[in-house]
Design a protein around this ligand. Structure first.
Ligand code: ADP
Ligand code: MG
Length: 272
């Protein structure tokens, strides 16, 4: 399967049923994704941008098979994830892991870092305690933390360090794909740069493929080879960030760019 794209998303739809507005009325449907499709090649980073509510996190959950689509397919390494039985899906999960926005909320405060980081391994492979500890030490080292941090608790770390812990946890199953949903949005700007640099280093070192979600166009510009722009669950524009952010064609992309404070991105007017 190595010649095929790592991830192919085909005509993905997801509608949520909202609570009925009055007695006996039908429950309204909210189309969170309305026919999204794209291809992500191995070793590449695809950015997903769009306003709050445009469907970014829904897309992440469907790609991660945390939720089922209303229709459409997610092909990971050639396997249709939403058509797999539970056992096959569990095996496939080692190949794709997620990093969430909130480094405070995504770590269990009562668990040691070692247990949190090793958990995906314990669940997926039933690895022994010793194997888990060794693997956890290795991934902590890869993200710039120390093996001695294994016995500490999340509150003993800064926001940036906690996100490193979350990244270590995602790496422990040796995934091919990392889905990162606003991974640096909760961090101070100086810390954001460190975590983004780390993610780029890890991508080179482990040959990772990223689906990288951010409302921050400057972050996408830095990290991604390609970008899709989501509005109301539709892809309205797609391309490489250099072209797309400097010469946006769709009014929605133009509006997103106009909302970027300062000169974080060189716009078409600034480039000769
Ligand atoms: P984003 O991550 O781009 O902010 P989301 O994917 O979280 O957007 O949400 C897309 C739309 O789907 C929003 O209108 C949101 O309110 C709605 N939505 C998301 N999850 C649910 C859910 N579990 N039930 C009902 N509506 C939802
Ligand atoms: Mg979101």
């Amino acid at each position: 399967m190595s010649g095929a794209p790592l991830l192919q998303v085909r005509d993905l739809h997801k509608h949520y049923r909202l609570p009925r507005e009055k007695l006996l009325a039908p429950r309204p449907l909210l189309p969170a994704l309305a026919g999204v499709g794209f291809t992500l090649q191995r070793g590449h980073s695809l950015g997903v941008v769009g306003e709050s509510g445009s469907g970014k996190s829904t897309l992440a959950r469907l790609v991660m098979a945390l939720e089922a689509p209303s229709s459409g397919q997610v092909l990971f390494d050639g396997q249709d994830l939403h058509a797999l039985d539970a056992a096959a899906l569990r095996r496939a999960r080692a190949g794709f892991q997620m990093v969430f926005q909130d480094p405070y909320g995504s770590l269990d405060p009562r668990r040691t870092v070692g247990r949190t980081v090793a958990e995906p391994l314990a669940v997926l492979h039933g690895a022994s305690r010793a194997e888990q500890a060794e693997a956890a030490g290795e991934v902590l080292d890869a993200v710039g933390l120390r093996a001695s941090d294994l016995d500490k608790y999340p509150h003993e770390f800064s926001g940036g360090q906690r996100q490193r812990i979350a990244i270590a946890r995602a790496l422990i199953t040796k995934p091919k794909l990392i889905v990162a949903d606003e991974p640096v949005s909760a961090l101070d700007v100086s810390v954001q740069a460190q975590v983004l640099n780390l993610m780029q280093d890890l991508q080179d070192r482990f040959g990772l493929t990223y689906l990288f979600i951010s409302h921050d166009l400057a972050v996408i510009d830095l990290v991604c080879d390609d970008v899709i722009v989501l509005q109301h669950g539709h892809i309205v524009e797609q391309g490489d960030p250099d072209t797309l952010f400097r010469a946006p064609q769709h009014p929605y992309t133009q509006r997103l760019l106009a909302a970027v404070p300062g000169a974080a991105l060189a716009t078409s007017e600034a480039t000769p």
